[in-house]
Design a protein around this ligand. Structure first.
Ligand SMILES: [Zn+2]
Length: 297
């Protein structure tokens, strides 16, 4: 090599050693960190561009492959992950973070509240609404802050929307723990339940809420010209619930069959238990969101 590239602060790498990690090289790629050895054509602008294109295409193909597995082969991605085939896919948390971002973007104009639960919904529409004096707490908080209720509600909803994005992560350990409890006879380790839980919530955020729930009530309304319905939003909610529970059921049945290896009947029974558990976790999440939002204001 010539003196090209000698302008940086770091000393030039020893020949036959990886420039990134210093390991002894044996071929064009470092066996330790994967770094590629630069060749003469890397000193051209076209190489810069083709490198960027291939990086993007690689991300794209891993993303599309992961989404295809998530939708068509529930439980399959976790199986691949623990079989050691990880390079062709997005990592579980990458997929989850991506799903989180897409979901909260879509959620802002979807006909349902989803995970972000506004104050009005917290006060009147949750299973714990009759038990927990959410309205009294909100009124107390509003007067402590010297705000009218409407003003407070606006402030609450903005804060709740921010916290909702972070607290979604809490559902993963909750579901992993639930799976560990109901599948106590299975030899699976906690990390396996955790990956299954991460993939499920990526699926729920991205596919169920991000795609299906946001579009299919609109589709039904359009086909049957029901736009004139007085309670558009609550009708959308009912349609959404009717549409998504079977999808969740199919996802879990296939996961229990494919990843955990259950026979048909046990898989069916466990699917119903998981669906009930998911409902409990969702309400636990919304309650946590209420308490965290009130506390943080
Ligand atoms: Zn290296």
């Amino acid at each position: 090599m010539s003196e090209r590239g000698a302008s940086g602060n770091d000393p030039a790498p020893k020949p036959d050693h990886c420039a990134s990690c210093g390991a002894v090289l044996n071929g064009p790629f470092c066996h330790q960190c994967g770094e590629r050895v630069l060749v003469d054509k890397d000193w051209s602008v076209s190489a810069l561009i083709s490198d960027a294109v291939s990086q993007l295409a690689d991300l794209d193909s891993r993303l599309l492959r992961s989404l295809r597995w998530l939708v068509l082969r529930p439980g399959g991605l976790a199986g691949e992950f623990f079989a050691g085939r990880r390079v062709p896919y997005l990592r579980p948390l990458q997929l989850f973070v991506l799903a989180n971002v897409v979901y909260f973007f879509v959620q802002s104009w979807a006909p349902f509240t989803g995970y972000n639960t506004p104050l009005a919904s917290q006060i009147g529409q949750q299973i714990y609404s009759g038990i927990i004096p959410a309205e009294a707490w909100a009124t107390d908080k509003a007067s402590a802050l010297n705000l009218g209720f409407a003003e407070f509600e606006e402030m609450y909803n903005v804060r709740s929307d921010v916290l909702a994005r972070t607290l979604v992560f809490l559902m993963v350990p909750a579901l992993a723990l639930f799976l560990k409890l109901i599948l106590f006879r299975q030899p699976n380790r906690p990390v396996e339940h955790t990956v299954v839980a991460i993939h499920y919530y990526a699926f729920e955020l991205l596919i169920i809420f991000g795609v299906v729930a946001s579009f299919w009530p609109h589709l039904v309304f359009a086909v049957f010209s029901l736009e004139a319905l007085a309670s558009y939003r609550s009708a959308a909610w009912v349609l959404m619930e009717l549409g998504i529970e079977p999808i969740k059921g199919v996802y879990w049945y296939l996961t229990l069959r494919r990843f955990y290896g259950f026979a048909r009947l046990p898989a069916l029974a466990l699917t119903l238990i998981v669906l009930a558990g998911l409902l409990l976790i969702t309400f636990g999440y919304r309650l946590t969101l209420l308490l965290a939002t009130l506390w943080s204001l």
